[in-house]
Design a protein around this ligand. Structure first.
Ligand code: AQP
Length: 331
């Protein structure tokens, strides 16, 4: 049982990344052989300033550790530090079908209307993601809801490889671990848009590095509607901003949305927002303090990533060698 997951160094780690992914990593590291990657090769599918990319790579590594991933228990590394990802991605590009990639909604969202100007890398991103997983023969992949379609594609690619080369058990079909509170956190400015670290509005996201005052301020400013909270879940239909804040409260407190509504139903946001701000500060601000401390020590972080990349390569290299042999390359 092996776990693989990654986060792009495309900006500062936000609450959705934490609740949808990293918090799961922290629990999983006690049960599985865990490998957590800073996926810098994915980040460059859209333009990244080279100086910032290096800083952000350290930022994501620091955030993993500050949130509770233990580098002695789990392997933390940068994707570009393990060549096997790129090698396998090329082979899998020749297994995946164009029609499969045409269906990927994230490409459509990220490329927008002007898809002719999007990078080819952005289009084949899900194939590199399949390689990230399969190069370790990972069996479980903890991700947020937005990655569900990509995970299904990874399974299809693994299945087609196994079928085409008549090696039915070579790649395991990776299982997504998506369920649970926090799988889809929405923007604080628009309850219909996913919270994303590359959102141009800093007020749309709570970042893990935000201090207590800033977290409270962003929650106070979060978009809402004038109605009090309902007492039943049905009452949140067509109220995306209210639904999102209730979901965040639930995910941070470990309560179901129903329980949150039985506590706050009938109350206005004048009561609910301060309670949410207090909870978010209690849960997130200590991570931010530790994150900032770690970021001040890039030598330590570089050491963790380098050692992690060596450990990861030791797993991936023999698997890629087997793949090359299977497809008929000279090895
Ligand atoms: N809003 C979210 N709610 C729940 N989970 C989320 N994830 C991201 N946003 C949310 C999960 O975080 C993990 C890492 O994501 P990523 O950095 O590899 O790519 P992403 O999903 O594209 O994340 P962002 O923050 O939206 O980055 P940008 O802005 O660069 O595109 C994944 O497990 C993801 O599901």
């Amino acid at each position: 049982m092996r776990v693989l997951s990654g986060i792009q160094p495309s900006g500062d780690m936000q609450l959705g990344n934490y609740l949808g992914a990293i918090r799961k990593f922290v629990d999983l590291q006690h049960q599985y052989d865990c490998n957590f990657c800073v996926v810098d090769m994915h980040a460059i599918t859209v333009w990244q300033d080279p100086v910032k990319l290096r800083e952000q790579t350290f930022h994501i590594a620091a955030a993993y550790i500050a949130a509770g991933v233990d580098p002695e228990k789990a392997v933390i590394f940068h994707q570009s530090g393990v060549r096997a990802h790129a090698e396998l991605a090329w082979i899998l590009n020749c297994v995946a079908r164009l029609g499969w990639l045409d269906r990927m909604t994230q490409f459509k969202d990220k490329a927008g209307k002007d898809k002719e100007r999007a990078s080819v890398g952005l289009y084949t991103y899900p194939v590199l993601q399949a390689a990230d997983i399969l190069v370790y023969k990972a069996t479980h992949v903890p991700v947020g809801e937005d990655q569900k379609q990509h995970l299904e594609l990874s399974r299809d690619i693994a299945g087609k490889f196994n079928h085409d080369f008549k090696t039915p058990d070579f790649f395991p079909l990776p299982e997504p671990l998506i369920k649970g509170p926090g799988a889809r956190i929405m923007s604080l400015r628009d309850g219909t848009a996913k919270m994303s670290k590359s959102d141009p509005s800093a007020n749309a996201c709570i970042y893990l590095k935000d201090d207590a005052d800033l977290i409270a301020k962003k929650i106070k400013k979060a978009k809402t509607d004038p109605e009090p909270l309902p007492t039943e879940l049905d009452g949140l239909t067509d109220r995306p901003e209210a639904k999102n804040l209730v979901g965040i409260y639930g995910a941070l407190s470990g309560k179901s949305d129903e329980d949150v509504l039985s506590e706050f139903g009938g109350q206005g946001f004048g009561v609910f927002k301060p309670a949410l701000a207090e909870l978010a500060v209690e849960k997130i601000a200590p991570i931010g303090t530790e994150l900032r401390r770690l970021e001040d020590d890039p030598t330590y972080l570089a050491g963790i990533l380098e050692k992690g990349a060596e450990k990861a390569a030791a797993i991936a290299d023999p698997i890629v060698r087997d793949v090359k042999e299977i497809v008929g390359f000279l090895v």
